[in-house]
Design a protein around this ligand. Structure first.
Ligand code: RB5
Length: 154
């Protein structure tokens, strides 16, 4: 199950993502916004991110004008690693190296077709673990303790 969220600027791009998910037979839940009326993106970032945090949804996809604001907001939720990106390569690597559990894109930055390629790449990426797992664990340590005490051997 994929959690979806957007603001009014990202809603059309979110609809394109929904189309792709339907084509691929992937279930999703839309946490809003549901209309073109002006709204504040952090509220929808929070709802979708909480769904991922709780395990209700495995991953989430967010859209706003640039993808920036909504990703920053999602990344404030503990356990969320949201990548804001506009190319399939970064989307894939964000899964393989950073174990991202949310993806954010900007409707003013990417068109529908590119967004679909980004989503495809991101959904297909598998976390490689190993040395990357140590780094992701360090990110979690910063989140929990505000610093890094964990020793790493490279
Ligand atoms: C809304 O005007 C716009 O600021 C928002 O969609 C997003 O781009 C924020 O990062």
């Amino acid at each position: 199950m994929i959690a979806l969220g957007s603001d009014h600027v990202g809603i059309e791009l979110k609809r394109s993502v929904m189309e792709l998910l339907k084509e691929k037979g992937i279930d999703f839940r839309d946490y809003g916004t549901y209309t073109e009326e002006r709204c504040n993106y952090p509220e929808y970032a929070l709802s979708a991110a909480k769904a991922v945090q709780s395990g209700e949804c495995e991953r989430g996809i967010l859209c706003c004008g640039t993808g920036v604001g909504i990703s920053i907001a999602a990344n404030k939720v503990k356990g969320i690693r949201c990548v804001c990106c506009s190319d399939p390569y970064s989307a894939l690597l964000s899964r393989e190296h950073n174990d991202t559990n949310m993806l954010a894109m900007g409707s003013r930055v990417v068109g529908a077709d590119l967004a679909k390629m980004i989503v495809d790449a991101w959904l297909g990426g598998v976390f490689e673990g190993g040395r990357h797992a140590v780094r992701v664990a360090q990110i979690a340590e910063i989140e929990t303790t505000g610093t890094i005490k964990m020793e790493i051997s490279l």
